[in-house]
Design a protein around this ligand. Sequence first.
Ligand code: HMG
Ligand code: MG
Length: 307
Amino acid sequence: MSLPRRVRLIEVGPRDGLQAEQTIVPTTVKVELIERLCEAGLPAIEVTSFVSPKWVPQMADNAEVLRAVLASPRRRVGVSFPVLTPNLKGFDAAVEAGAEEVAIFAAASESFSQKNINCSIADSLRRLAAVVDAASALDIRVRGYVSCAVACPYEGVVAPEKTARVAQRLVEMGCYEVSLGDTIGAGTPASVCRMIEACATSMPIDRFAGHYHDTFGMAIANIYASLELGMTTFDCSVAGLGGCPYAAGATGNVATEDVVYLLDGLNIETGVDMDRLLASGEFISAHLGRQPASKAARALRARRLEA
Ligand code: HMG
Ligand code: MG
């Protein structure tokens, strides 16, 4: 089985990671984190979401964060800064703040769709089609997400065909890539591969990315299994930050440090500098008053302290 030579990592810590923090993180800290991640070589950083501040107060400074990041002298050429937009209101606000790429999100489970965005899957797809049309008129790239791609916090196991149907709709709408979200991190290589295979029956696998939360410690195994299937894009969160406000008990995305350690060990290029990445994780963890959740980060730090 040959593994890819290069993998694209999408850093989602500043959005997926920080959205679930109870204490509001100051805008300046978010911007500094994003600048550091940029300098660490991450090619795409999801910086915020233009959702309702009543639903997700942590992202209320969305416009300030995006504006600051786009204007930053530490910005690197070619790095993209997608932002989540659930509807036209969010899309218009994102465009107003200068967004060059947006991400839309739907779910494969009805209950999660209702809890997360207050509407059915079918209604969400109609809303999202309007966002994609508006984006295409402005030449703004759109990435898609399917949440609960293998399991739902309210309904349990999700059939791969359900995920595949929603993923296919997002690709047909015009998403350049669809990220398959194991929102509660319950998947194993077997269930994740079944889900990817269902999605990739009618579309090439390079239209899909893996977005695996690490609640059960399976995310690295799931990434390895996905690599074997030919997937080459993965979402990850520095220091393993995060969770989802509408998936109680779910922990953060797989830690970026753990993924880079895995890929470095497999000689798969990511363009990410581990030392700078570790420093970014330590920066935000110090602000939050805890250790990075990444095992690789903690082990590498201990090794450095011993040396
Ligand atoms: P709603 O209440 O059904 O919306 O919420 P509405 O259209 O009836 O509007 C209600 C109020 O919200 C109005 O304000 C609107 O103006 C305002 P009011 O009149 O009460 O003052 N509103 C907005 N404000 C700011 N930005 C907007 C916006 N839209 C409406 N875009 C809505 C619907 C989608 C807005 C709401 O349910 C919401 O914001 N949900 C947040 C969902 C969220 O952010 N979840 C976490 C991200 S998804 C995730 O983490 C999963 C992922 O990582 C993948 C994975 O892991 O699976 C992506
Ligand atoms: Mg997520």
